[in-house]
Design a protein. Sequence first.
Length: 660
Amino acid sequence: MLRLGKTINLVNNAQASNQREKVEMARLNAIERQRAITQWYAQGGQVFLDWAKIHYRMHNGQPLEWDEPFLEDVFLAMGNPWIEMLLFQKPAQIGYTETLIAFAAFAIAYLRSPIGLGFEAQKKLYQMSGKRIQKAFAYCEPIQKLVNESKKVLKQEDINSKESITVGGVPLELFYAKAQESKDDEQAPSGVRSFTAFIVAVDEFGLCDHGILDVAAARMAKSNWPTKITRAGSTPAIEGGIVDTEFRKAQYQFGWQVECPHCNHLQQLDAFGNFLRPMLVKEDGIEIERYVNQIGHPLLWFHRSTSEDVDEAKSTAYIGCQKCSEELPKSCLAGGEFVCTNTGITFHELNDLAIATQTPIKESVGFNIPKLASATFKPEERIRFMFATKRPADGIQQFLGKATSLGGGKIQLSRLVACQKTTVPEREHDLIVMGCDQGRYANWALIAKWWFADDKDKEKRWQEGFKQIIWWGQISGFDGLEELAKEYNVDLVGLDSEPEFNSAVDYGLKHLPQKRGSKNQKKGQVYLFDQVRLKGEHFRRTIRKIESVKTGSPVQHDKEKKIPIYLLDRTYALDAVRDRIHRCLQNFPAHAVHDPKDHANLFHHYLTSDRLPNEIWLEATNSPDHFHHCDSFIEGVVKASMYEPGMSSFGFGGLTEEEI
């Protein structure tokens, strides 16, 4: 009995001792938190910069490299608590995401205060959480020290998940882009669930829903700090997009200013002006200054070549002065500083003023991070890339950090007229192709001759091919489609599968694979398309099970049939039409004229299509755009036929005889 009493006393004493340790740890944490926050507000971003240089480790265990000339200023700005709204317009692969992770580590390990960190998509959030953030934290000595102390006193592990990482009880809350409210307008948006944060940072906010910053800011409602701290950065999209709009609204817009060593001209370093040179082009009778053409290829750039050889001009590209055109050496590019284009104040002046006066900067502060000043930027490689890439607009945004209107807006009438003057290849065409778009009351069709480019690369054979429109109009049902295919000896048919899906399938099933020369062979290989939004793909072949419903169909009513349907990225296909027109790789008949009052007019259907800043083509309501869609099916069917099976014989959607 005595031993039992002693044991109970020992347990009680241990529990009391542990409770005192918990209370003491909480007290010391509170003291340390207040000390750190006080020092941070007193000294500003230098505290974050010094901490990151000493303590932060990336996900591979290595310290940060400080070889970029602007990186220290980025850290100073990121870590200045007196700057409330800080926006970064940036190119890709410049270290911004790593800066955000370092800032999150600083908030937890040094400030010991909760922070919210957002990404553009849930998948990205999960990838960043497991592959980069948690691994970086595992190498960060101050974080691991807090983890071990907490584990020793609390006798339990911190609770970590894909959406919340805690260190010593201090959470890093992860959220993603969805800012739209639920249907009943009472619940918090799914991507930005309820949490408390004293700092909110967002990566690639240009890909997030509108209002993401406002929703995230609401999570700082309980903060008693002198400022509500928001950080957001993104590569820009097109002019007028979220990033471009927010940056233009900023009171302070900092760009990297350099001085030319040849003529002493001070200039804001810009890819449009120091890398690419302006050229006056005439569009719809108006002269406009442009740096790239309408498909994203450079018009003029700084180079050493004195000949007209384009390859030589690419290989001798350099970064030049906007005034004297002489090359700006690396030492000049690295020796720049951030200067506000609106006020002329340098960032260091604004930074020091805010700390000295202890006054919050309520206006937005924007930073344009200069890719041209990066130690990794190579002009000749970038020029070659801009000519070779299949996504030039994305290349301009990602690798030059420029917001551009390339790819947005309507197809201009002047471009259609220019395509009436293009020279048609003299050799025999390779294919005759028909695109058909189903309408509510009738179907629309476009027929074109197609010439592949003379190139071994399959993609370039299609991309640089030439197309000539030879017929367009409305057709009644699918019998008219069959007659057109015979009359024009059509090789490929790209057919919209909606709204008359069953009729479209039955038409396709009339063109099952058969041996060439067969008496029953029908002309025209048929591909059914379903226009959707695909991520990372241009088209995808899927197999669906159907039951034929039309009398006389090759498929029995009581049998299930597998048929191929091609999911076609709507934006990509419509863009392909626009790009071929812009490059004058298409020919329209000379007798085609624009008549906006005629809803069956060929040009009218191209001109009614409009493209939003987020790359989405608008659905035409009062004005038709069927021929534009017919043309997109022509683009899609030619490309799909190059990559799909079944080309040894005519058939339905690339089906082989073995699949029937």
